[in-house]
Write a protein that binds this ligand. Structure first.
Ligand code: EPZ
Length: 420
């Protein structure tokens, strides 16, 4: 396992390019299971998670080759409906092969995705969605077993106590593309990643409209063909770098960012006293000497994203007052609090909220990463803390941030990767 050693306090300058979107790429790769024809997907980030999805596709009957940042995906002629525990348990996102396998093969056996430290990861909405389309679903030995001779379009309300489900919407939308008749998903997830998946499916010949809104309508078709597609940039990586620039009081340029997908973050930045100058596809951040505390609550898109909650808490640890950060999507997603407190932050947890009392500065310390976005928060803190920070278990970070140490070194940070 690797660790990162960061010497904090270096000024950050220059520019950084945002990679392709991890959370849009995973369902798009899964969608290639809906056709036997070749798909070419460009701007795919080289991450642990995309490599896991490539291995999963190969185990399901695909031939997959990298060509620089492109993935060329073909069929090997014998598809397999079983998504194995060894692969699925390492990545929650693998659940999104359920819908395509069911639609293409009439059956799917997908290992229940591992829970993770951000909270229990139920699949009841995935089950509800495919059952609405006529599938029979059972649970056997840790696997979801779904069967359907022929999927039939239906109207389904797809939200739970914590609101819509991103990958639940993705699964039902993909399954519905080859169902008989029309499917209407009510209270669908509106995330840009769902919209991007619908756009890719339409490029394959699907008939989907309403993507990006809470009502998505899918007219089933007989067959889907291959498609060439270029992934858009990663909304959450972009938001992470905006928060880093604010925290480091730096105005480095963030390139290949669609800032229109981060309106909730922009609104919060304004309240903290930070200005984000957005031009065509780049932004520059201007932050004041003293950052103002501002309380937030995370919500499904277009609300403030839960995937930026940990990074925002890191920023709030350096304000001149108290802020409350509530996570309504993953109320247990606070493993980063204890580690940030080791660096001199003053944060306490109360139920699904973190109470952050701003401090003047942070100091470097040995810390342990626990999940993807918590690791990003620790890197941000290490970059602005005085002294040395050592972050262990950085494989969490490598799941979702492409070449993060190289990108930060390019901005002038002192960050080294070593074997643990
Ligand atoms: C996606 O996970 C993202 N992952 C997550 O990003 C992100 O945090 C999450 O959406 C919310 O935006 C990928 O896209 C690969 P959900 P997903 O189903 O789809 C509850 C990251 O850091 N729920 O939208 O698995 C669930 O418990 C990752 O990049 C049910 O109750 O999340 C949660 O409270 C972390 N029943 C809420 O819905 C279900 O069947 C939202 O979960 C499914 C979910």
């Amino acid at each position: 396992m690797d660790k990162l050693i960061i010497e904090g306090g270096r000024p950050l300058k220059g520019e950084v390019r945002i990679s392709g979107s991890k959370n849009a790429t995973l369902p798009v790769l899964a969608a290639t299971l809906l056709t036997d024809e070749t798909c070419v997907i460009a701007n795919v980030p080289k991450l642990m998670d995309t490599n896991t999805m490539v291995r999963l596709l190969k185990s399901l009957g695909k031939v997959v080759d990298w060509d620089k940042d492109k993935l060329i995906i073909m069929s090997n002629g014998k598809m397999n409906p079983v998504a194995d525990y060894k692969l699925v348990s390492t990545m929650r996102g693998s659940i999104c092969v359920l819908g395509p396998l069911l639609a293409k093969l009439g059956e799917a056996k997908v290992s229940m995705p591992g829970g993770c430290v951000i909270g229990v990861r139920p699949v009841d909405l995935h089950q509800k969605g495919v059952e609405a389309l006529g599938a029979k679903v059972a649970f056997d030995g840790g696997y979801i077993v779904a069967q359907a001779k022929r999927l039939k379009g239906a109207r389904v309300y797809l939200a739970g106590a914590s609101g819509p489900s991103v990958l639940g919407t993705a699964n039902v939308m993909m399954a519905a593309t080859l169902a008989d008749g029309e499917t209407i998903i009510e209270c669908a997830a509106c995330e840009p990643e769902v919209e991007e998946l619908a756009n890719f499916l339409n490029a394959m010949g699907a008939r989907i409209r309403g993507q990006g809104s809470p009502r998505i309508i899918i007219h089933g078709v007989k067959k889907l063909h291959g498609a060439d597609y270029r992934m858009s940039s990663d909304r959450i990586e972009a938001g992470t770098f905006v928060l880093l620039a604010a925290m480091a009081r730096s105005n480095f340029v963030i390139r290949d960012i669609d800032y229109s997908q981060l309106t909730a973050l922009d609104d919060v930045m304004h309240n903290v006293g930070v200005t984000v100058q957005a031009e065509k596809n780049l932004v520059k951040v201007k932050s004041p000497k003293v950052l103002k505390p501002f309380s937030i609550t995370t919500y499904p898109y277009p609300g403030f994203p839960t995937d930026l909650q940990a990074q925002y808490i890191a920023l709030m640890s350096l304000t001149n007052g108290v802020s409350v950060i509530r996570d309504t999507v993953f109320p247990d997603r606070f493993m980063h609090i204890a580690e940030l407190n080791r660096m001199g932050a003053r944060i306490r947890r109360e139920g699904g909220s973190a109470i952050v009392e701003g401090v003047k500065s942070l100091c470097g310390a040995p810390v342990v990463a626990s999940d993807l976005r918590a690791s990003a928060a620790l890197v941000m803190a290490g970059l602005v803390a005085s002294g040395k920070t050592e972050i262990r278990r950085v494989y969490h970070l490598d799941r979702g941030y492409e070449n993060i140490d190289r990108k930060l070194t390019g901005l002038g940070a002192s960050i080294k990767r070593e074997k643990e």
